[in-house]
Every structure is written in structure tokens, then in C-alpha cells.
Design a protein around this ligand. Structure first.
Ligand code: 0PR
Length: 386
């Protein structure tokens, strides 16, 4: 490290050089990201609350009220009036918290070798969760549309099951699992049902009036917790994840004593934690309202269907008809990896799904119709060149 202070100008110059190596959402070429550029009001508010620490909420009483308000607002579109929970760093932390609560409650019932059942399409955060929480991961099969097969869940439930996980917007394909059926299975077996709506949580509720989506939220009595990430479809800055529980029992099951803090118990995984994420999420949610999120969600579906139809017209195969704003596809005569290389050569930042192998495009707000027209034209060229 430098011994003597470096000038502001020099620091910024150096940082600009580093930053110039980063991809920019605004270029419209990042196709495989579930994050996007945060809304301007969220960025402004984030800076204002940079110093507030929700790890010691008695010192930041106002920010704590903001976090509670955000949870209430999210609860209002997930059919739960008074949710318990936290704004956390993202879907990973939210999922780990949900599984930790389920494990601790199951432990009280005498289950010591716990297992969780997740669909094969589950995000890898559940692998981290079982590793950290000393649980066993059991994979449930998918149906032909890459949604969890409830009969496979039934086959795998046993006396050690501490949680079942369903997904509302899978990472790779954006599919919505039949949560209603999972809710019945969870109730019958007295098992925690966690819904990972990290991706779909900020779009399905705003689309459901005009589209035929299955129920996935707290209106289903088996659902005990939901992950929903403001930093994905919520247009909030990174890091902003959300974990909502049906009531306080779940946070209580994880709480440890924190005697010298302004609160005497803490249930979050992290200690010191950002108040800025809550404040920025509050701002963008208020600013957009349900109307604003509906508009963004609808626009992303229009782009999804546009891309899907154009791909079909060019002879590409869709893996599945999209549920949400993700299109996964292949060319009948090309290996996915080769197609990915050809697209990378044309400066597209693509991502491949593994189950099944395909090119995967997430139609986030930063991808505009003009970008898609250019993308489709490149795909046409590729298709004609082979
Ligand atoms: N649950 C689901 C359904 C997810 O899709 C993700 C992440 C998580 C949980 C974990 O969320 P955090 O990453 O916030 O902890 N899904 C994306 C993925 O892994 C995240 C992502 C975002 C990846 C931007 C790449 C990227 O550029 O694909």
C-alpha cells in the first residue's frame, strides 16, 4: 500500500481505468444476468444511507422502520399483511435463512439428520445451505416442462425431511413450480415449504391479473417462507435480497443473544449490515408503485415473446415455452458451446443453462428492442453460415 496519500484525481483516474474493463448494462449486450441497472432514485437514496447499520438497529431506528415498511410492501403483494423477515444481501442469504429456520424448528421436534427436497432446477445456493447447515440435499425430478414433479416430492418425503423447496421463476428457465400442490404435500407431512421467488417475486404478482399464473405465495397455507429479491426484477441496487416468513416463530428459531447491542437478540446470519439496501428498495418501490412494476414486467414479457417468435422463425429450437422473461434455445445443427462462442465473438455476453444445455437470455430491463433486433440479425447470420 502507498505510504503517502494519493490525490483524488489520481484515485479516480485509476478507478476509471479499472471500471472501463467492466461490462455495462446500458450497452444492452449482457444477456445472462438477473441483475440490471438500479433505478436512479434507488442509487441516490443508497448513497444517503451508506453509513446506517441495521446490525445495531437501536442506533438506526428510522432505517429499521424503513426495513419494516419494505417488508410490509412486499407482503402486500405476496398475500401476507404482517410479514416477519429481513432485507438481506440477496437470494443466497435469504435461502440459507429459510433453511436454517426450518432446520432449527425441526430440531426442536427431534430431527437431527435433516434433509431438504429441492427440484433439480434449484439454484446452487441450496448446496451452500445444506453444506453450512449439515443437512442432506435430495433432488426431486422435473416434469417435461422443467417444473418440479410433485409425485417425486411425495416419494422422497420421510421422517427426516425438514423442508421442501419450490421455485417461482427458476434460475435457468424461469419456470414456475406447482406450489399449490407442494403446499398440500407440506401440510400433510407437517414440513416447512419454502418458495424461492428470488427472480419471479417482483414480476409474477404484477402479471397475474393479465396472465394465467399459478398461485405461489402466502395465500397457500403450506408456504412458510418466501425469498424475493429487490436486486433482480425489483430494480434495487445490489445487495438487496428479501426473506419473508409467515410469522415470528421462524426468526425466533434462529435468534442468538447479542447482549451488548441495542437489540438483545439477532436472527440474521450477518451482524453489521446495510441499511442502504432497505432505504433504496423503499424508494424505488414507492416511486414505481405496483403500476410501475406491472409496466416493467409486461414489457419484459413482450420482449420475451418477440425474441421467442423470431428464434422459431429462424429455425432455432426453444427448450420450453417461456413462463417468465427467460428464453432458452439451441440451433438444431450446432452444439450449444459452439453457438455460445460464435455469439461471444460477436460481443454478446451469453450464459448457458446446464439442465438442459442451452443458450439462455434473461430479458431484463437493460435489454431493449433494438438490442434484440441486432441479436436476431447475428443469429440469422450464424444460422446461414453453417
Ligand atoms: N434463487 C434463484 C432462483 C436465483 O436465480 C438466484 C440467483 C438466487 C436464488 C441467488 O441469488 P443471489 O445471487 O442474489 O444470492 N440467480 C442468478 C444466477 O445465479 C444470479 C445472477 C445475477 C447471475 C447476475 C449472474 C448475473 O450476471 O444465475
Amino acid at each position: 500500500m502507498n505510504e503517502k496519500p494519493v490525490s483524488r484525481e489520481e484515485i479516480f483516474k485509476e478507478l476509471d481505468e479499472f471500471q472501463s474493463l467492466d461490462c455495462k448494462y446500458s450497452d444492452g449486450r449482457i444477456l445472462g444476468s438477473m441483475c440490471t441497472e438500479a433505478h436512479p432514485i434507488a442509487k441516490e437514496v443508497f448513497n444517503r444511507f451508506l453509513d446506517s447499520n441495521l446490525g445495531d438497529p437501536g442506533l438506526f431506528k428510522g432505517t429499521k422502520l424503513i426495513e419494516d415498511e419494505v417488508l410490509k410492501m412486499i407482503g402486500s403483494f405476496l398475500s401476507l399483511e404482517n410479514p416477519s423477515g429481513h432485507i438481506v444481501t440477496g437470494g443466497t442469504e435469504a435461502n440459507i435463512m429459510a433453511i436454517r429456520a426450518a432446520r432449527n424448528l425441526a430440531r426442536e421436534k427431534g430431527i437431527s439428520n435433516g434433509e431438504i427436497i429441492v427440484p433439480q432446477s434449484a439454484h446452487f445456493s441450496f448446496k451452500k445451505a445444506v453444506d453450512m447447515l449439515n443437512l442432506k440435499l435430495v433432488n426431486a425430478e422435473l416434469d417435461e416442462n422443467y417444473r418440479i414433479d410433485p409425485s417425486s416430492v411425495e416419494d422422497n418425503v420421510n421422517e427426516n425431511t425438514v423442508a421442501i423447496v419450490g421455485i417461482a421463476g427458476t434460475t435457468e428457465l424461469g419456470m414456475i413450480d406447482p406450489i399449490e400442490e407442494l403446499s398440500d404435500i407440506a401440510l400433510e407431512n407437517d414440513v416447512h415449504l419454502h418458495v424461492d421467488a428470488a427472480f419471479g417475486g417482483f414480476s409474477i404478482p404484477f402479471l397475474k391479473d393479465n396472465h394465467d399464473f399459478p398461485r405461489f405465495d402466502f395465500s397457500l397455507p403450506g408456504v412458510k417462507s418466501i425469498t424475493v429479491d429487490p436486486h433482480k426484477m425489483g430494480l434495487a441496487p445490489i445487495p438487496s435480497g428479501g426473506i419473508l416468513f409467515r410469522d415470528n416463530t421462524f426468526l425466533d428459531a434462529m435468534s442468538v443473544d447479542s447482549p451488548y447491542l441495542t437489540i438483545k437478540h439477532q436472527s440474521t446470519i450477518v451482524g453489521t449490515r446495510l441499511g442502504a439496501s432497505s432505504a433504496a428498495t423503499f424508494a424505488v418501490m414507492k416511486y414505481l408503485g405496483k403500476e410501475g412494476y406491472r409496466k416493467f414486467a409486461e414489457e419484459s414479457l413482450v420482449k420475451t415473446h418477440f425474441l421467442a417468435n423470431e428464434l422459431k422463425g429462424l429455425g432455432y429450437d426453444l427448450v420450453v415455452e417461456p413462463n417468465l422473461n427467460i428464453v432458452a434455445f439451441n440451433h438444431p445443427n450446432l452444439k450449444t458451446d459452439d453457438l455460445a462462442v460464435m455469439l461471444e465473438e460477436r460481443n454478446w455476453k451469453v450464459s448457458c443453462s446446464v439442465c438442459p444445455k442451452a443458450i439462455r437470455v434473461i430479458l431484463m430491463n437493460h435489454i431493449k428492442k433494438d438490442n434484440l433486433i441486432e441479436f436476431i440479425s447475428d443469429l440469422k447470420e450464424i444460422s446461414e453460415s453453417i
